[in-house]
Design a protein around this ligand. Structure first.
Ligand SMILES: C[S@@+](CC[C@H](N)C(=O)[O-])C[C@H]1O[C@@H](n2cnc3c(N)ncnc32)[C@H](O)[C@@H]1O
Length: 211
């Protein structure tokens, strides 16, 4: 499994490039396949979607058993956010090498000059109960922590804002949202919680609360 970074090929590691070059098959979601397009001209490409992924993984399993090398691409770092998607890959391929990548979170922390040990890191890309995650978000913000979070389609940045406001958080709480990091359409929003409640962002967004 290969982490391919946040989106620009500039953040592909040498190790990821080597693994992809050495593969017969390269599989991943469209966003990930685009990042490595220049390396995969002579490869079998398997495009995965959320709905076809099991069927695609069945195919890859058969090919790997028959001796083919396969890279399954994951955005950012494979081991951060997306556990619902990686655990079944670990189950199928327990001996597979995991090649770490540069996470979107690292890019956001670097842009905001935030030390890891000073933040609470949360992701809403989880299969567990969202309400529990939301409560830990609220507790962290109430506790005065800087929170860096990955929103997702069920809990987008504006939902984060509405949730925190309904939990009594000051509407002047500083907010930064980084969108489409390292991509051509990268953007940043600096504002407060009240403003965030009225704004739309894409799926590729990292939210920082409290700085
Ligand atoms: C399933 S998670 C995967 C995270 C990935 N493993 C990582 O380390 O960045 C997808 C979420 O990561 C964040 N993300 C990934 N790439 C991004 C980018 N280029 N810009 C902003 N956010 C990004 C978004 O919050 C997105 O909803």
């Amino acid at each position: 499994m290969v982490g391919i970074g946040p989106g620009t090929p500039e953040y592909l590691t040498q190790k990821a490039i080597k693994a992809i070059k050495g593969s017969d098959i390269v599989a991943g979601y469209d966003l990930c396949l685009n990042v490595v397009r220049d390396l995969t001209q002579d490869k079998t490409i398997i495009e995965m979607t959320w709905s076809n992924r099991n069927e695609r993984l069945d195919y890859i399993t058969r090919e790997v058993i028959s001796g083919k090398n396969c890279s399954i691409l994951r955005s950012g770092d494979p081991n951060f956010s997306g556990s619902s998607g990686i655990e079944d890959i670990y189950d199928r391929f327990p001996d597979a090498e995991i090649i770490p990548g540069i996470s979107s979170v690292q890019i956001a922390a670097a842009k905001s000059k935030l030390a890891w040990d000073k933040i609470v890191l949360l992701t809403f890309h989880v299969t567990e109960d969202l309400e529990k995650k939301k409560q830990s978000l609220l507790d962290s913000v109430r506790g005065g922590h800087i929170v860096l979070l990955l929103s997702e389609s069920r809990f987008m940045p504006k939902d984060v804002a509405k949730f925190l406001l309904s939990g009594g958080i000051d509407d002047r709480m500083p907010i930064t949202v980084y969108e489409n990091l390292t991509l051509e359409n990268e953007g940043v929003f600096h504002g407060n919680l009240k403003e965030l409640a009225g704004k739309n962002f894409t799926y590729l967004s990292v939210v920082i609360i409290g700085k």
